[in-house]
Write a protein that binds this ligand. Structure first.
Ligand code: UD1
Ligand code: CA
Length: 483
């Protein structure tokens, strides 16, 4: 997060006098340029809906109330947002139909806003706005001023320009690009779309908005001039980090922001010592905690909550979600691990993949080996167990040092219910076996290749459950009759 490069606001590090904080999130716009059926604010950045990030940030700020203004795709947006906000905030919605501008949007929210304290206005499509930045903005408002978040851009085209007095000190107004004179268009300081204001004053100003402008809209930005006219100080909090105020209007902008975000996450991890083969080919869509000397090859995606212990190596093109991988484990290329809600655990020194698949509830002990095209779901493999090729273990408890042969499967589903397979320590299951659950293979036992085992077996027993081999000596194959 970049600190303010220049601030014309009185300093107020605590922001305490600003009173309780209410946040308005504007999210009624259509997002035409996304060319998508999905409402714009529900598109994802690093795995999270754009508006989810904004709501998270508002929540971390300590907002007592968040009012989301919805319009296009309102049902869908409201449904999604309800599932996103924490229990600590009062979440509310205001419908804006039709959409007559940003001022009109905040007017719809006004009846749901308190009269005391501070109102912070955010956009649902500006996902990377920083918590510290907003804290500074709220402090700048200080319960009595209108504080605008602004930034200087090399190309300010399209944005509202921040017009200051002759000395360049006091903010006078925000003039929208379409309404601006040539001279005003030369101003490079723009309004970011984010403001903080005393609640009572904001409500008063909203009542005075008019739509006699180039776009025939109610501009929220007009509150700056109204505040100045009534003698309320207007201050600008100027930041330098463009990404914090970057809006998403098109797939291209979304992808650009995604790359910026990913690059920052990659740098953060590398600063902590993680060795990424290529920070440009790394994607984090959740949280990744790494021990010392972790190596991650190209093209990996991490989702949900993932922990990598000391010395873990992740091969190229792995997708890993909701998993804990203990120290020294090696995940070979093209492995897919998704622990889902239950999570997945890979023990210390385990070797997984290439092309392995670990599903929810896969819990592998130390030094376990899981090879290519092996699928493991809701199963525990004790230390040293091996399933190296083409196998399925579902709803199984597998003992230590078990060797589970190529092509073997647990038949855990009878068409109605799932059943457990228990394989004792040191069991050797041959190739191409079907273990029909519920079943227990006693410790130290052996199951002959090609067996379909339907009854539990005693410890130490050799079990063979297939047609006995029959050979007919000197067998003559049928021959075609001569023409
Ligand atoms: C707005 C500002 C402009 C600023 C720019 C920064 C106004 C009048 N102008 O411009 O000064 O430089 O943001 O990006 O505020 N929305 C609604 N209802 C509406 C209209 C918009 O909810 O009726 C929402 C949009 O979904 C979006 C946000 O408000 O999330 C901003 O709308 P947008 O159209 O992007 O604002 P601009 O006109 O670009
Ligand atoms: Ca915009």
């Amino acid at each position: 997060m970049t600190a303010s490069s220049r601030s014309t606001s009185p300093s107020n590090p605590t922001g305490l006098e600003a009173g309780p904080l209410a946040v308005v999130v504007m999210a009624a716009g259509k997002g035409t340029r996304m060319k998508s059926r999905l409402p714009k604010v529900l598109h994802r950045l690093a795995g999270q809906p754009l508006i989810g990030r904004v709501i998270d940030t508002a929540t971390r700020l300590g907002a007592a109330r968040i009012v989301v203004v919805t319009g296009h795709g309102a049902d869908e947006v409201e449904g999604a947002v309800r599932g996103l906000a924490g229990a600590s905030v009062a979440l509310d919605f205001a419908r804006q139909e039709p959409q007559l501008g940003t001022g009109h949007a905040v007017q719809q929210a006004a009846p749901r806003l308190p009269d005391a304290g501070t109102v912070l206005v955010l956009s649902g499509d500006v996902p990377l706005i920083g918590e510290d930045t907003l804290r500074a903005l709220v402090a700048a408002s200080g319960g009595e001023r209108l504080a605008l978040l602004t930034i200087e851009l090399d190309d300010p085209t399209g944005y509202g320009r921040v017009v200051r007095d002759a000395a360049g000190a006091q903010v006078q107004a925000i003039v929208e690009h379409k309404d601006a004179t040539e001279a005003q268009r030369a101003i490079r300081e723009i309004y970011s779309g984010v403001m903080a204001a005393p609640a009572a004053a904001l409500k008063r100003w909203l009542g005075q908005l008019r739509n006699d402008n180039a776009q025939v809209e109610y501009y929220l930005t007009d509150v700056a001039r109204i505040a100045v006219d009534e003698g309320t100080p207007v201050v600008a909090e100027v930041i330098a980090d463009e990404m914090q105020v970057a809006g998403v209007n098109s797939p291209s902008q979304l992808a650009a922001l995604e790359r910026v975000w990913q690059r920052r996450e990659a740098e953060r991890l590398m600063d902590a010592g993680v060795r990424l083969a290529d920070p440009a080919r790394f994607d984090l869509r959740g949280e990744l905690a790494c021990g010392q000397d972790v190596e991650i090859d190209v093209g990996c995606i991490f989702e949900g909550r993932v922990e990598l212990g000391e010395g873990v190596r992740i091969g190229a093109h792995c997708v890993i979600a909701n998993a804990r991988i203990a120290a020294g484990a090696v995940i070979h290329p093209f492995t897919h691990i998704d622990g889902g809600k239950e999570g997945a655990v890979v023990g210390a020194g385990a070797l997984i993949g290439p092309y392995a698949r670990l599903r929810p509830g896969a819990q592998l002990g130390a030094e376990v080996h899981v090879g290519n095209f092996v699928e493991i779901k809701n199963s525990t493999l004790a230390d040293g167990a091996k399933a190296n090729h083409l196998a399925y273990l579902g709803d199984a408890t597998v003992g230590a040092r078990v060797n589970y042969g190529a092509g073997s499967i647990t038949a855990n589903y009878d068409g109605a219910n799932k059943h457990r397979t228990v394989i004792g320590d040191d069991v050797h299951v041959g190739s191409n076996c079907v273990l029909v659950a519920p079943i227990t293979i006693g410790a130290g036992g052996t199951v002959g290749g090609g067996s379909t085992v339907t009854k539990s077996t005693e410890p130490g027993a050799l079990t063979v459950a297939r047609g006995r081999q029959v050979s007919f000596p000197n067998w003559q194959r049928p021959k075609k009759a001569p023409k």
